[in-house]
Ligand binder design. Structure first.
Ligand SMILES: Nc1ncnc2c1ncn2[C@@H]1O[C@H](COP(=O)(O)OP(=O)(O)O)[C@@H](O)[C@H]1O
Ligand SMILES: [Mg+2]
Length: 267
């Protein structure tokens, strides 16, 4: 069943006297089914965060619509858990308070909320750090708090913008395992932005490769490998190789110099 629908999205960032308007995404369409884990992969600056931010309802498309279960997304909502590219934790709140904030609008009882926060702290391997403030945590720990907070209220869709981007390699694979397990258990629909090809192969059912040409979809790549995926298997490595080539194509897919993202140059 279709869950998210990206329907002919165009996004233009308005320019000013010095900067022309910038077409970041042009006529982008695809759908995401319920329970699917989809990665948006592509070169830096191709519009991944812009697209995810619109799914989150924090930014409006210039034209086109994004629908969740058939309803147009018009702003942020509790049915979408969001993990921002930069941690975006509340610096004045402890780890526990930050995670509990994800339940602020939940109708669950106090005990149920306590239970949920406990579970999330455990899951994110933050035990013993409950009373620490974000400034006292490593980047990786901050990101784990952000993921736990986004999952707290059992959202329908989880939107993740490079959630493991700042995490060192060792911890990154562990967290990929945990995130994979959580997502599989929760049967949640998820969209994740990443620039890490191996991560996209490990995590997703589908990888959408966006190119430099206004976010043009270079490939909608299905990954049918059984889960928990074996990073050392030949099939896994084959997907990584194929996707790496596709990202290379996406990177080289430049818009013509004359066009150069300019919709209209202001006088
Ligand atoms: N608020 C903004 N105003 C103007 N340009 C923006 C804004 N946000 C992003 N951009 C530009 O839009 C392009 C796409 O950005 P972004 O969606 O962050 O890309 P990605 O996440 O793929 O790296 C970039 O060239 C970026 O500089
Ligand atoms: Mg980004």
């Amino acid at each position: 069943m279709e869950c998210l629908k990206i329907d002919n999205i165009t996004k233009v960032y308005k320019g000013n006297k010095k900067e022309p308007d910038k077409i970041v995404l042009k006529d982008i369409s695809f759908s995401i089914n319920e329970g699917e884990f989809v990665c948006l992969l592509g070169p830096s600056g191709c519009g991944k965060t812009t697209l995810l931010t619109m799914m989150g309802g924090f930014l409006e498309p210039t034209s086109g619509k994004i629908l969740l279960d058939g309803n147009e997304i018009k702003g942020p909502g509790s049915e979408r858990g969001y993990v921002f590219q930069n941690y975006a934790l509340f610096p004045w709140m402890t780890v526990k308070e930050n995670i509990a904030y994800g339940l602020k609008f939940s109708t669950k009882t106090k005990e149920e909320k306590e239970e949920r926060v406990k579970y999330l702290i455990n899951m994110a391997r933050l035990n013993g750090n409950e009373k620490k403030f974000p400034i006292q945590l490593s980047g990786g720990m901050q990101q784990r708090v952000a993921v736990a907070r986004a999952l707290a209220g059992f959202p329908r869709v989880l939107l993740l913008d490079e959630p493991l981007g700042a995490i060192d390699f060792q911890m990154r694979e562990l967290l990929q395992n945990e995130l994979d397990q959580m997502v599989q258990e929760a049967h949640i629909t998820a969209v994740m932005v990443t620039h890490d090809v191996s991560e996209s192969v490990f995590m997703s059912d589908r990888v959408i490769v966006l190119g430099n040409n206004h976010g043009h979809i270079v490939s909608d790549y299905k990954i049918d490998l059984p889960r928990r995926r074996d990073r050392e298997s030949e099939e896994f490595k084959k997907c990584v190789t194929e996707l790496t080539s596709l990202v290379r194509i996406a990177f080289n897919e430049n818009i013509t110099a004359g066009e150069a993202c300019i919709m209209k140059r202001r006088k």
